[in-house]
Ligand binder design. Structure first.
Ligand code: UTP
Length: 291
């Protein structure tokens, strides 16, 4: 059985929900307190034992490449001023096995993943969306790798969502429970409305896929929203090989959404050593003021 060593992080979307901020800044570079969202994703990949990461970028995404490159001037400056702690923080993002490829036009998540065909080759791999920050004792990507080690099959992470929100997600039609947290799946449906949704189990931003997905993606027609949807290709894959769904029990921050971004900032700020005490005091005072 081949080991899961590679991750794809699609980051070529337009980020329209964050306009005007994303007119000139990649949404993946928007910070949670002091760290760009994409760095959380890269850290999760490394914590899961991933060895090689491909980031799919597009127009205006150059700062992502710069963020993970060394910055000689800045490093020299911090070093000469003895700012060792900051220097360590800056150097943390270099020396990772990162690769970049451009998606020429944002034709959809499926199309973004297809750009990674040559990078992936004939191996199982993970897709990690920068929109979702996942917190759990075992990184979610590692949980999916553990599932793969048991089943040797593609597995997607899913979570219960309110029924009114099914049209924002890919939704699974669960067939049977394999164990406490794993389902076999009858169908995968992209963005169904609540009347048509087969369940309230939504695909969240972590996928472990087998390389057969690429042949399907090459012939994939546009689906919901006129985009080439990864969910549609996964539904086809499930007809020839098993694709499982693993339920995530940890905390998910939907940082592709304004409210999710604010929640992530507040909760991370309440843990950050530089802000936790003063933020707690501020929030307590604010609560009194608004009540
Ligand atoms: P989203 O649809 O959430 O991202 O895609 P978006 O299009 O950037 O956001 P909004 O809705 O306009 O605000 C999920 C992920 O897939 C990537 C995005 O960068 C995001 O991480 N994506 C999407 C691509 O890489 N290419 C695409 O063509 C579409």
């Amino acid at each position: 059985m081949k080991k899961v060593r590679k991750a794809i992080i699609p980051a070529a979307g337009l980020g329209t929900r964050f306009l005007p901020a994303t007119k000139a800044i990649a949404k993946e570079m928007l910070p949670i307190v002091d760290k760009p969202t994409i760095q959380f994703i890269v850290e999760e990949a490394l914590a899961a034992g991933i060895e090689d990461i491909l980031i799919v970028t597009g127009k205006g995404k150059r700062p992502i490449e710069d963020h993970f490159d060394s910055n000689f001037e800045l490093e020299q400056n911090l070093s000469s001023k003895g700012k060792t702690e900051l220097l360590n923080i800056v150097e943390e993002t270099t020396g990772i096995n990162l690769h970049f490829i451009r998606q020429k036009r944002p034709l959809g998540l499926g199309h973004a993943v297809l750009q990674a065909k040559a990078f992936v080759g004939d191996e199982p791999f993970v897709v990690m969306l920068g929109d979702d920050i996942m917190v759990d004792q075992t990184p979610l990507t590692k949980q999916l790798i553990n599932c793969y080690d048991d089943t040797n099959a593609a597995t997607l992470a899913v979570m219960q969502i309110p029924e009114s929100e099914t049209s924002k997600y890919g939704i699974i039609d669960p067939e049977a429970a394999v164990n406490d947290s794993l389902y076999s799946v009858r169908r995968f449906v992209e963005k169904p409305n609540s009347e048509e949704a087969p369940s309230n189990l939504a695909i969240i931003g972590r996928y472990l896929l087998t390389p057969e997905i690429f042949t399907i993606l090459e012939g994939q027609k546009p689906g919901a929203g006129g985009e080439i949807q990864l969910t549609d290709a996964i539904d086809t894959l499930n007809q020839t090989q098993r694709v499982f769904a693993h339920t995530f029990q940890g905390t998910r921050y939907d940082v592709g959404d304004k409210l999710g971004m604010l929640e992530a900032n507040i909760e991370y700020g309440l843990k950050h050593p530089d802000t936790k005490d003063s933020l707690k005091t501020y929030l307590k005072e604010l609560l009194i003021k608004i009540n």
